[in-house]
Design a protein around this ligand. Structure first.
Ligand code: ADP
Ligand code: ASP
Ligand code: MG
Length: 439
């Protein structure tokens, strides 16, 4: 017997029919004792996620407007699920309280968290499991920083002796008890925290695709699922836009060496993807595990003669970012050049000031700004031992006449990152995909 923590995403819980599938999955394996639900997601492509509606209701309340046009739709969805499944929990009473709290100004984080909270109440009733509110064990400090060790202790002591439980995803609490949410997609993190606290044997993450795919299915046609991937590879890919698992979800489980299994609620017999600390040695056929990317970056490059001999230049360049509280993604360097790659949303409204600060701090010969760039990461442990992977990436792009604007190869040789114009993004992903995964 093992212990499994199972997280279900929004599309897996979008309506009563989906909850039935979830119950079948949970009940078919006695090890699946702790269940972490998201809020109901989209039932069809144009549908609105409950979480988005809750943010909207809160925004209306803030403006002093009537929230009913939005909140009534939320209420209908929860009541419909409860009625169709014949649940006994008084969900209307809970909905009335949430509505009143939002109107009274409870705030965005509280409002957003109620999707998971209400769905948790429904699912606990449906499964016959105990409901445990994460506000009492997923803990943040007054500045909103996650307290991992305190949380781990609290999760262990609150859950360890329970036979089973449903724990809503996405939120915990500040020291004063008010609600703090993770960033979007954060129920994945809750599942990982619960798995670590209980020292589970497996963290199953159930979604709407049959595993972590070698590329984004919205860009390439029917990419194959990855059978096994390491935590490090996954972190690179999820950070670079493969949104199937929140990029921070691996930290709690990788510490405890708990594997994650990504599974498809709509195809429960598929094996999905196993995420483990160390992959079996590559079989030598494909050095690349997966490809991911996203748009919206700017590259700032300074050049200066004899830069290699100038002490402290890189630090001064970075201090300009620090002054304006901007994180950077990559920092490729040449002998007389340094480039900084930053996400557009980081430097919005600050670009001119940052450039002026770099000019003053570094006095470069030239400074060049390249905007509207997309970054694509080609990731795989196998690249270390396989010569020529980078040139295959470059050749694949050259064949499609796609201009490479930036190259950065991580020192771990786990990834090659290239920058292309935003408008070439999808074609570039497809070209790299064809090179390594087709033919
Ligand atoms: P959930 O609601 O279950 O948390 P998400 O929408 O967060 O699900 O993540 C699943 C989605 O991630 C898929 O439907 C797919 O469109 C998208 N996705 C992007 N890149 C990948 C990838 N490499 N592999 C699988 N899915 C991906
Ligand atoms: N419901 C939240 C969101 O939409 C959290 C999650 O689904 O993981 O972002
Ligand atoms: Mg998700």
């Amino acid at each position: 017997m093992g212990l499994k923590v199972v997280k279900f995403g929004g599309s897996s819980l979008a309506d009563a029919g989906q909850l039935k599938k979830v119950r079948d999955i949970v009940m078919s394996d006695g090890d699946r004792r702790f269940v972490v639900p998201s809020a109901p997601g989209k039932r069809f492509p144009e549908d609105i996620k409950i979480t988005d509606s809750l943010y909207k209701a809160n925004a209306l309340a803030l403006e002093g407007r009537d929230i009913s046009p939005v909140f009534d739709r939320i209420e209908e969805r929860f009541l419909d699920i409860a009625a169709r499944l014949g649940l006994s929990v008084d969900v209307k009473k809970h909905l009335d309280k949430v509505r009143a709290d939002i109107v009274a100004g409870a705030g965005a984080q509280y409002a957003a968290s109620r999707g998971e909270y209400l769905n948790g109440l429904l699912l606990a009733d449906y499964l016959g499991f105990e409901f445990v509110d994460p506000a009492g064990m997923i803990l943040f400090d007054e500045n909103g920083r996650f307290l991992s060790e305190k949380t781990n202790d609290a999760v262990a002591s609150l859950l360890m002796d329970k036979k089973n439980a449903v724990i809503p995803g996405f939120y915990g609490s500040y020291p004063d008890g008010s609600i703090r949410t993770f960033s979007r997609g954060g129920s994945d993190i809750t599942g990982a925290i619960v798995a670590r606290g209980l020292n589970a044997d497996l963290y199953e993450n159930w979604t709407d695709v049959s595993g972590f795919l070698v590329a984004d299915p919205r860009i390439v046609d029917s990419p194959a699922p990855i059978k096994t991937i390491s935590y490090m590879e996954l972190r690179e890919l999820s950070y670079m836009g493969a949104t199937v698992l929140h990029e921070d979800a691996i930290f709690p489980v990788s510490r405890a060496n708990i594997p994650i299994n990504i599974r498809n609620t709509n195809r429960p017999d598929d094996d999905g993807t196993m995420i483990v600390s160390r992959k079996p040695a590559a079989d030598g056929t494909n050095p690349v595990t997966g490809i991911a990317g996203k748009k919206g970056f700017t590259v700032i490059t300074i050049s200066k003669a004899m830069m290699n001999a100038e002490v402290g230049l890189a630090r001064r360049m970075l201090s300009a970012l620090e002054k304006y509280e901007v994180c950077f993604e990559h920092m490729p360097t040449g002998i007389d050049t340094i480039s900084l790659v930053v996400a557009d949303n980081q430097i919005e409204g600050k670009k001119e000031k940052i450039i002026a600060e770099i000019m003053e701090q570094c006095r470069p010969d030239t400074i060049e700004i390249v905007e509207d760039l997309a970054l694509i990461a080609t990731v795989g442990h196998g690249m270390v031992s396989t010569r020529g992977t980078a040139s295959r990436v470059f050749d694949a792009l050259a064949r499609e006449n796609i201009n490479i604007r930036m190259i950065d190869q991580g020192s771990s040789e786990l990834n090659i990152i290239i920058g292309v114009d935003n408008e070439n993004f999808r074609e570039a992903v497809r070209a790299i995909y064809r090179e390594f995964f087709l033919g």
